[in-house]
Write a new protein. Structure first.
Length: 199
């Protein structure tokens, strides 16, 4: 079965100077030769996920995350790694680990709603459809869990619209969402747009 994924241009132009030095530089290679695998994250992936997410957070493109948050919520995260870029081997299992080029998390808030968080795609891997693939993976996972609604706060409204999300006024979001918002560093000056998808 062939699936087609549409990744619109990001609403925010990434400033390479802003991200310079914040994310690991990938040696140039033919993107057609990339072998991307999407899977659930494991404890061993925490450092790379932190590097990816906080590289964008340093440019104010997403919220920063700390190690404690990642370890406590590792089951929420999925990753995409490029099997053509090995980064190191585990001595005991002789397993080769590969560069994580994208991540995202599905965080269940209540019996009928979950949030998509921390969606980050390495700049060298953007415009390849990875964002859409990660969201679709999380949508399927949400359905299997019995979740009926997904929401996200984003700066890239057009991207989420292509996947069926609809803009929602903050006052219309469920109270459980507001509990999460009250702990956010952007609470009093939020520039993100709330979007909801009915599954």
């Amino acid at each position: 079965m062939t699936m087609e994924y549409i990744e619109p241009p990001p609403a925010i132009k990434l400033d390479d100077k802003k991200l310079e030095g914040k994310l690991r530089k990938v040696l140039p290679h033919d993107k057609d030769e990339s072998q991307i695998i999407i899977q659930k994250a494991q404890i061993r992936d925490v450092e790379e996920i932190l590097e990816l997410v906080n590289g964008f957070a340093a440019s104010n493109l997403m919220l920063p995350r700390g190690p404690q948050y990642l370890y406590e919520n590792i089951r929420d995260f999925i990753i995409a790694d490029d099997r053509n870029i090995p980064i190191y081997s585990l001595m005991k299992t002789r397993e080769v680990l590969h560069l994580i080029v994208a991540c995202g998390s599905l965080h269940v808030l209540w019996k009928d709603i979950a949030e998509i968080r921390a969606l980050a795609i390495h700049p060298d891997y953007q415009q390849m459809g990875l964002g859409s693939k990660l969201i679709e993976y999380m949508m399927e996972e949400a359905k299997q869990l019995g979740i009926r609604r997904l929401y996200t706060f984003t700066l890239t409204e057009d991207f989420f619209k292509t996947l069926g999300f609809k803009r929602q006024n903050r006052a219309e979001l469920p109270p459980k969402v507001w509990g999460e918002c009250s702990r956010c560093p952007k609470y009093f000056q939020c520039d993100e747009i709330g979007m909801v998808l009915e599954l």
